[in-house]
Design a protein around this ligand. Sequence first.
Ligand code: ZN
Length: 709
Amino acid sequence: MKNTIKFFATFCCLAIISCNQPKDKETMTTNLLLEEWTGPFGGVPAFDKMNLEDLKPALEKGMELNLKDIDAITANTEEPTFENTIVPMEKAGEELSRVFKYYGIWSANVSSPEFRAIQAEMSPILSEFRSKISQNEALFKRIKTVYDNSLKTPLEADQQRVVQLTYEGFAMNGAELDAQKKQRYAEIDKELSSLYTKFGNNVLADEENYVVYVNKDQLGGLADGMVKSMAKIASDKGKEGMYAIPNTRSYMDPFLTYSTERELRKKVWENYYSRGDNNDEFDNKKIIAQILRLRKERVGLLGYNTFGDWRLQNRMAKTPENAMKLMDAVWPAAIARVKEEVADMQAVANKNGDNLTIEPWDYRFYAEKVRKEKYDLDSDEVKQYLQLDKLTDALFFVADEVFNYKFTPVEEGSVPVFHEDVKVWEVTDKTSGEHIGLWYLDPFARPGKRSGAWATTYRSHSTFNGKKNVLGSNNSNFVKPAPGEALLVSWDDATTFLHEFGHALHFFSSEVKYPTLNGGVRDYTEFQSQVLERWLGTDKLINQFMVHYKTGKVIPKELVAKIKKSSTFNQGFSTTEYLASAIMDMKLHEADPTNIDIAKFEKETLAEMNMPKELPMRHRTPHFGHVFSGEGYATAYYGYMWADVLTADAAEAFSKAPGGFYDKELSAKMVKYLFAPRNTMDPAEAYRLFRGRDANVEALMRDRGFPVK
Ligand SMILES: [Zn+2]
């Protein structure tokens, strides 16, 4: 995402504008982070040589070079054209964007207190730098001239879209403001960027500071792999003989699902859902209130009433009202289902003589018991057929069948990596053998790595300035098995694994000419990843790759039937915990932030929504990083469901196709219209080309087992 100054992709951090003017060669050779990538495959990042001491000087030099580039564009005395204004902007990002690839690794994969100090110091400076470009009047004047001329004399379709997106990006970010307002706009941005960094670091601090240690008598219900990993973490932290439960989702979730120690479940639950909310130096509530005030003030300068009005104008939903309409349509069915789920769980607890009322720290535990009883489905049994290595092969199988890609491991050591756990594959076109790119996989959790799973690119496809290959990466937080043990994952984690691979396939299939057109439309960009999840349940994949880790036997048909039957199981929980966060995101930004009390607002809003008391929001406000450690998902968390409407509808198309999910014709159509164009065309139009009509919400309701009116 190059020219969209303020839109952050899933993770791809900072979008920078620059151009290709001659560089100060002297400094280029003294700081590795700025240097052109060398080596095989069109050059690859020197991840094995990155040195944190280089970061600050590299950022400073990169910014300086970048501003020089902008000056060169504005110094041009010729009439502004696509070629002399937009093209040099597109060529961008060279030095500074290279630095940011390393920055991204330090930030997400191998973070440290030392890095975070640099990040905190540099984020306001970077924000100021971005403002210098987004508020550059001479630059905007040239862009506006190109844009105005293009309305009279249209350019080629893709050039026209680049101009439109560039112009809108600038206009949305204050380029048309007068000098006084511009100054305030830049001040706000600078303050916001510091607050975002602080917010994220506070959450991380609470994840690191609240580790629960237990002894060997408190491990009831936990799987061997988890226990081993807990022992290792405790011993790494100097607590030999103890077992650690880190305060992250990858430990909280299985612990709450399986641990028979109710008091400990409560403790782990409270730690996790109190992140950023402990009324100490790492508390985020005041930061959130300030972020909301600044966001409202900033969009007010542009004439918008709310942040959502401003943010959604170029999303598929277009307005907060449209997004709310979708969420309101699904919410009642979701909370009604929670009631049924809680009743089922309470019945199991009563039958066991457990003598308790279901509390939030019991939900996962008793849901698992209901799952076993109602569907006779044991997640642990399923896990024995889900080995990470085999699932990786399954990804390649889908890439082969649906996208015609071949994945080949590169020779160990031939492509530099930032950690020994990272593995790299070459991606080629299966028919022509043409090189497409490299896929980096960083599968395991480790201290300093952000939690969850994500995808990112180190280099994106474009052709306007010589063909560029794609360097895409997937990152997860699987608990690394002890040496020699198979890594077994849950069905949900396997689904996420496919999800992130969907993002990667979206990167690899790009056919855009200009870098700007690789940018995502936030409520559409999860579609490609969500639709890929659907291949997990296909027979071809199951029969080849779901084999028992000890016996090698294919997963029994009856077990698969149970998995499928239980696919709508616990949809009350997952839809409600997600929607509660998505609705909260929207309501926080629609509210008057002047004297907002975040704790009170969250409580009252949940009460108004009739939020069931037995479960929390997926991300409570004080640690809602999607929305407050940056702004890419602010008023946009609904986007997952928006994309899921498209996903459910597209999946129905596949299930009805003659070849099912491996239907060649429909696959080709999907890649052609829904993957390859990226942001070259309006997503709504692209979807109509694929499906012959718009998507409707009924497919999603059916999918989740909710009644369709
Ligand atoms: Zn995603």
